[in-house]
Design a protein around this ligand. Structure first.
Ligand code: ZN
Length: 231
């Protein structure tokens, strides 16, 4: 078993599954979250809740789970112009990308995580980037992620590996992976505690969890859950 890994952990469904995946493969697992001035802080609020729950699901996960880090990246809020940081409607913008696109976000996350990993003696990063269901975000593409890993390896003069267990699977398969990793208990915990909704809505509980049910993130999550339940 490889020694240690650092998981980019937002408190959303995808990064929660990535964290369970990492806890099943690495002896020591640290987590990092980013406060970039998200309009809704419900995702960040879910992080400690999910970490505490994961500790109760498997004894070895509790042993492997190490420090959690939260880094401020409010430069993204200062730059603004995204529906995730500013009060804007989520729609397809002039660029052909959804207005929820935050330019450079994943590259900045990976760079910051690699710098933290450098200090923590961790070369393996894990992120929930996915190009299957992706909303057209170019920084979720495998090519972008692996090119960033290569640039970081060169720039830090040591290996930086980025693992993306969800890169080639759809949302239904992500639910299935959660079941394989942590059984029904993990699926239930993701439904109950993870936040995907762009509006940060926790007022209505659906089969697939809390959310407005209307934003693109909720639609993806709901459709994936339905497909997962049907198979
Ligand atoms: Zn929503």
């Amino acid at each position: 078993m490889t020694a240690s890994a650092l998981v980019l952990f937002s408190g959303g469904q995808d990064s929660t599954v990535c964290l369970a995946w990492t806890l099943s493969r690495f002896a020591r697992v640290e987590t990092v979250g980013f406060d970039y001035g998200q309009r809704h802080a419900t995702e960040l609020a879910a992080r400690p809740r999910i970490l505490a729950q994961l500790r109760t699901l498997r004894a070895e996960w509790n042993e492997r789970l190490g420090s959690d880090h939260l880094l401020p990246l409010d430069v993204l809020k200062s730059i603004g112009g995204s529906a995730l940081t500013d009060d804007m409607t989520i729609e397809i913008g002039e660029s052909g990308l959804p207005t929820s696109f935050v330019p450079g976000r994943n590259i900045l996350f990976l760079t910051t995580a690699a710098a933290l990993g450098y200090r923590r003696g961790i070369a393996d990063l894990v992120g929930g980037m996915c190009e299957t269901d992706f909303s057209g975000y170019p920084d979720c593409r495998d090519e972008t992620v692996q090119a960033t890993a290569r640039a970081l390896s060169l720039g830090l003069a040591r290996d930086v590996r980025v693992h993306t267990p969800l890169m080639r699977i759809d949302k239904a398969a992500t639910w299935k992976l959660a079941e394989e990793l942590g059984g029904a208990a993990l699926v239930d915990m993701i439904v109950e505690d993870s936040v995907t909704c762009y509006e940060g809505d926790r007022s209505v509980r659906h089969d697939w969890g809390y959310g407005c049910g209307k934003c693109p993130a909720c639609e993806l999550r709901a459709a994936g859950y339905e497909k997962y339940r049907a198979t």
